[in-house]
Design a protein around this ligand. Structure first.
Ligand code: MN
Ligand code: MN
Length: 284
């Protein structure tokens, strides 16, 4: 019999029961404010995974044969608070089975569900935006409010890497909140990424940590498939360094906000980073 193509993440064909890492997509972009399309992010990323070799030379891991399952895409509701509830329930189930949840967005708001389910002590996010609005467009669960909702959940420390966009009020909020540390691309240029990662590692030291990658942390001139593009950002290598450092120890991981309106660059970086994340997690 010939092989048949299926639209799941490449090298993630084990059953749920057999797998340690459980991937699922959340094709939601209901609160998108600028360019819609992040709902097609999960499948664009999956499609791109078939472009890559199964062997990752930098990590010296072959992904074929690793116990990873892709559940597919969540059949989602419409309103952001309902979708977040669906994500929360799914992540709760996966964690209760002793497995690791790997979420592919969709817009950033979906992260709130995963954080709610896992109750981490620390939250590391790569994002161009502070996402600290208390409300936007009539909803407290808008993609512009993600970090604020995470803070509300009682997370002790929040690190926003690549931040370069927010309102005056959001920046004022950061200045008055000792739990939030931001590293702009300029800060990282001055300190060096290694020093930034060392500083964060010192503060989280063994605490339960969630890692979220908003694709727009990367400079939109490099990866333009974004709902809210921002120039003067990070490079794909920076995201890789962050995932190298904090991926192996984190309790949950997501890659969100890929809006495949480009020539595939943004999905390619996302797919590669997610594959390296899986490789690193399995090396432990
Ligand atoms: Mn965001
Ligand atoms: Mn963003």
């Amino acid at each position: 019999m010939e092989n048949f193509y299926h639209p799941l993440f490449a090298d993630a064909s084990f059953s749920y029961e057999e797998s340690d890492i459980i991937i699922f997509g959340v094709p939601y972009d209901g609160t998108t404010s600028y360019k819609a399309g992040a709902r097609r992010g999960p499948d664009a990323i999956r499609e791109m995974t078939y472009n890559f070799e199964t062997y990752l030379p930098r990590i010296d891991v072959d992904l074929s044969g690793l116990p990873v399952c892709d559940l597919g895409n969540l059949e989602i509701d419409c309103l952001p608070d309902l979708v977040i509830g669906q994500v929360e329930g799914t992540v709760r189930d996966i964690a209760a089975d002793g497995k690791f949840p790997l979420l592919i967005g969709g817009e950033h708001s979906v992260t709130v569900g995963a954080v709610r389910a896992l109750s981490p002590e620390c939250y590391i996010v790569c994002d161009a935006h502070l996402d600290l609005r208390d409300e936007f467009g009539g909803s407290a669960y808008n993609h512009a409010c993600v970090t604020r909702r995470v803070l509300d959940l009682g997370v002790e420390e929040i690190f926003i890497i690549g931040a370069r966009s927010g309102t005056g009020e959001e920046y004022e909020f950061v200045r008055n909140n000792s739990k939030i540390t931001i590293y702009s691309p300029e800060d990282i240029g001055i300190m060096g990424m290694d020093s930034v990662l060392d500083e964060i590692e010192g503060k989280i030291s063994g605490k339960k940590t969630y890692l979220s990658i908003d694709a727009d942390a990367i400079d939109c001139c490099l990866t333009p498939g974004l709902g809210t593009p921002e120039p003067f950002g990070l490079r794909p290598e920076d995201i890789r360094a962050i995932v190298d450092r904090f991926g192996p120890g984190c309790c949950g991981f997501d890659y969100v906000e890929v809006c495949p309106v480009d020539n595939g660059q943004t999905a390619a970086v996302a797919a590669k980073i997610i594959r390296e994340f899986i490789g690193l997690k399995n090396k432990d």
